[in-house]
Ligand binder design. Structure first.
Ligand SMILES: [Fe+2]
Length: 199
């Protein structure tokens, strides 16, 4: 199926002051749209036409780099908009809290490891929490990669491309990551993905 740009699940100004209207106008309306447009052009005539975005991401990895880059970023951003919400970062649903305790020893350590992964990613990429062999682990990936191509199921990702934070935070990537974890994460959506992945 062709890739399509989803509507943001909130208004462009709904995540202020932690993520500005201007950032979301560029990031969602321009950058994500470009991944959709380029991805659809690159899909034409390939064996991946008509496949789900997950199948395209897994199938194109290591085979068709240009298609992978755009499909990977389409997948990542589809979830990224839902990984945030206004007044996010609050209470973590019980099932997920238990999994984070199990994987990291404490919820704070899980958050710290996610922030460290995002801070430690050299250049463009993503910080992740993913389910690998039934456990939640933190990781980082470059560019459009994600845990789907490294044996995991992503449950939370934070975009550390400069287009995600430079308007609001300039070079202060750690401040952006802390604001994301403390004020933006939609933990209900993370828990929903965890429950599906853990089945
Ligand atoms: Fe992005």
């Amino acid at each position: 199926m062709a890739f399509t740009l989803p509507e943001l699940p909130y208004a462009h100004d709904a995540l202020q002051p932690y993520m500005s209207k201007e950032t979301l106008e560029y990031h969602h309306d321009k950058h994500h749209q470009a991944y959709v447009t380029n991805g659809n052009n690159l899909l034409k005539g390939t064996e991946f036409e008509g496949k789900s975005v997950e199948e395209v991401v897994r199938g194109a990895f290591g085979k068709n780099q240009a298609l992978f880059n755009n499909a990977g970023q389409h997948y990542n951003h589809l979830h990224f908009w839902k990984w945030m919400k206004p007044n996010g970062g609050g209470k973590i649903p019980g099932s997920l809290e238990k999994a984070l305790l199990d994987g990291f020893g404490s919820v704070d350590k899980a958050k710290e490891d996610l922030i460290a992964a995002g801070t430690g990613q050299f250049g463009s990429g993503w910080g992740w929490l993913a389910v690998v062999n039934g456990k939640v682990v933190a990781s980082k990936t470059p560019n459009g990669e994600n845990p789907l191509v490294h044996g995991g199921t992503p449950i939370l990702g934070v975009d550390v491309w400069e287009h995600s934070y430079y308007i609001d935070y300039r070079n202060r990537r750690p401040d952006y990551l802390k604001a994301f974890v403390d004020h933006l994460v939609n933990w209900e959506y993370v828990a929903e993905l965890y429950e599906k992945a853990a089945k």
